[in-house]
Design a binder for this molecule. Structure first.
Ligand SMILES: Cc1cc2nc3c(=O)[nH]c(=O)nc-3n(C[C@H](O)[C@H](O)[C@H](O)COP(=O)(O)OP(=O)(O)OC[C@H]3O[C@@H](n4cnc5c(N)ncnc54)[C@H](O)[C@@H]3O)c2cc1C
Length: 597
């Protein structure tokens, strides 16, 4: 079985040494949030993840969720409910939620660290509490007062859970196609009818009531995405006074059998004239949906990060223990029959790729979360606006890169284990299977790429990119004379300048041919991700050098940064060439000439 130990040392380095979280807490005006408190939270989160959640990861995979056709009920894997009860008792579900709804008001960066540990320990289990966050955000932002009063407290407390019901059989990415109908019944009640598929935690036995946030169309809806409205539809009806009534007309029709996350309930949900209440204005559901999705997208990026961390830990341990062949430069452990495989350059390539993408990726993610905190809580309006733009810009990069890298990282872990990674015994193949979903749900990598190059760059004249590049330049200037950093600062500056120019070129080409944006999008996203990570690796070396940490820690950060700049950052060259080749190589062949009928 694969094991998991929360990487508290690197998490603290990322939070305090690199990101300066203590100054951030002070800037948010949260006098009661300090390092001592956050450290205690991290220690307890680590204990819970390692001792309660991690041991359930295998049983969740092997037994999975079960569905009772007669009742439509879903039972989570053994031990999941007990763990969820403990999570609720510990107050974890509301860690980052507003105190007025019963939350603890902790910054989002702290919540992100908790999420990383939970998802690394047990991704499938982590999906049960995760979906409630989006539901809370949507209700907080767009809900009527009575809806906030009735639904927020139990969702934050974790005594109920939430869902996001968007997808239908014929519509995933293109939600404008959705067919679920909402018919007005009275002033404030609607009858919801339709089928939603792939609904995470749509039905389960962890809590007595489930609050579905459902996208549907009113009878007078304009066609397409402009005609979508959002409704709150509880499993058991809830009155305006909070009284829980009879069972609503909705039922789980089946659960999916899937490649990974077997412990997560992926449900077909049938709404058969279910009672629902409109959230926000009619036909404005898309806006509310983005509030749910933005928080969830960063969260899915963290899922990828957690799996990568766990895969790396296990691959590293195995590479130190497994004896095969001798080092090319002569035996390293002559007393043993062979050297441990960590001596081989190719195994080091796989391990260092994982280490560089995990520790650098952690900073990409936490930085994006810190911008959410500033956007929400800073006292300075201009600072709030800047942070909001930057968070929006970093969200698709974080979601798509951390999840795509989780596939690379978990596959590299399997490869380090050789055939022992492919068989089930060590639990490494489970990590690779579990990682696969993260590039798909909450918007595929292709859709994140379009979001980055389209909505977040072309539509804003590169507002987010400019803010990020200004940060890079400020850092480079600050360390101009620092000899220890010179080897990183010069290539970082060159890449930052190249990123700006590449962006201008693509946008110019797109002005005369809109296919150019789509053709460049995924390579542009990866190009961006690798430059962002170069910045975080340069900053990691700078932060390590001035920290009070042991020399070995500082050397390891520098050596990993050197590996990153030498072996991973050059991937930008291939992405740049692909971007510059334009749309023609992709679009010139007619669709019917692809072959195979
Ligand atoms: C385990 C699991 C859990 C899920 N949980 C939920 C949930 O809780 N709630 C929910 O509502 N949904 C959920 N989903 C659905 C998930 O969000 C969708 O599967 C996803 O959004 C993609 O939609 P689709 O599968 O219909 O693919 P499609 O939209 O059909 O896309 C197929 C391919 O075409 C590409 N594509 C589509 N349109 C474009 C475009 N305009 N430009 C470029 N490429 C494009 C996509 O990138 C993808 O590669 C879940 C799915 C799974 C498998």
């Amino acid at each position: 079985m694969s094991t998991y130990k929360a990487p508290l040392d690197d998490l603290r380095f990322a939070l305090y040494d690199v990101l300066g979280a203590e100054a951030l807490f002070a800037r948010l005006g949260q006098a009661d949030v300090n390092r001592e408190l956050v450290d205690a939270v991290l220690d307890e989160a680590a204990r819970f993840s390692e001792t309660v959640l991690a041991p359930l990861n295998k049983v969740g995979d092997e037994i999975g969720c079960t569905y009772d056709k007669a009742t439509g009920e879903v039972t989570a894997p053994p031990g999941f409910k007990q763990a969820f009860d403990q999570f609720v008792e510990g107050g974890w579900t509301g860690l980052t939620n507003a105190p007025e709804h019963g939350g603890q008001g902790m910054p989002a960066v702290v919540g992100a660290v908790l999420t990383e540990m939970v998802d690394a320990a047990n991704l499938a289990w982590g999906n049960f509490p995760m979906l409630s966050h989006g539901a809370v955000k949507a209700l907080e932002t767009y809900g009527e007062d009575w809806q906030k009063k009735v639904f927020l407290e139990p969702l934050v407390a974790g005594t109920w859970t939430g869902t996001m019901c968007l997808t239908e059989p014929h519509c995933g990415t293109d939600l404008g196609l959705l067919k679920t109908r909402a018919e007005p019944v009275s002033d404030d009640k609607y009858s919801i009818t339709g089928t939603k598929i792939f609904i995470t935690a749509g039905e389960h036995d962890l809590v007595p009531n489930i609050v579905h946030l459902v996208l549907a169309k009113l009878p007078d809806a304009p066609p397409g995405a402009k005609g979508i409205s959002l409704f709150v539809v509880p499993k058991f009806k809830v009155g305006r006074d909070g009284a829980v009534g009879e069972r609503n007309a909705l039922r789980c029709g089946a659960i999916e059998h899937k490649m990974g996350i077997h412990g997560s309930a992926t449900c077909v949900m049938n709404f058969d004239g279910a009672e629902g209440y409109l959230v926000g204005a009619p036909h404005k559901g898309l806006q509310a949906m983005f509030v749910m999705m933005n928080s969830a997208r960063l969260g899915v990026g963290v899922q990828g990060l957690g799996l990568s961390e766990r895969a790396y830990q296990n691959a590293l341990r195995y590479a130190r223990e497994r004896l095969q062949s001798r080092s090319l430069s002569g035996p390293k452990l002559p007393e043993k029959p062979a050297d441990p495989i960590i001596v081989h350059p190719d195994v080091r390539r796989m391990l260092l790729s994982q280490k560089a993408l995990v520790e650098g990726g952690r900073l990409l993610s936490l930085h994006a979360y810190s911008q959410l905190d500033i956007a929400e809580k800073s006292q300075d309006a201009a600072e709030r606006e800047r942070a909001d733009i930057l968070a929006g810009f970093l969200t698709p990069i974080s979601k798509a890169c951390l999840t795509e890298w989780s596939i690379e990282n978990t596959y590299n872990a399997v490869q380090c284990f050789g055939g022992h990674g492919y068989i089930a015994e060590h639990g490494i193949e489970q990590l690779a299977r579990d990682a696969r979903i993260t590039t798909l749900y909450e918007g595929t990598t292709g859709i994140q790429s379009l979001d980055l190059i389209g909505r977040k760059t072309a539509a804003t004249q590169g507002a987010g990119l400019k803010l990020f590049l200004a940060e890079v330049e400020a850092f480079a200037k600050q360390h101009e004379g620092d000899e220890a950093l010179a080897e990183f600062i010069a290539p970082l500056r060159a890449k930052a300048a190249e990123w700006g120019k590449l962006t201008m070129d693509v946008l110019q080409r797109a002005a005369s041919n809109p296919e150019e944006l789509g053709a460049a999008s995924t390579d542009y996203l990866f190009y961006s991700g690798y430059v962002v990570l170069a910045y975080w690796w340069a900053r990691s070396v700078a932060a390590a050098n001035v920290s009070g940490r042991p020399q070995a820690f500082k050397d390891a950060k520098r050596d990993t940064a050197r590996f990153y700049f030498a072996r991973l950052l050059p991937r930008t060259l291939a992405h740049k060439a692909a971007i510059e080749s334009g749309a023609a190589p992709l679009m010139s062949m007619p669709a019917d000439a692809f072959g195979a009928e």
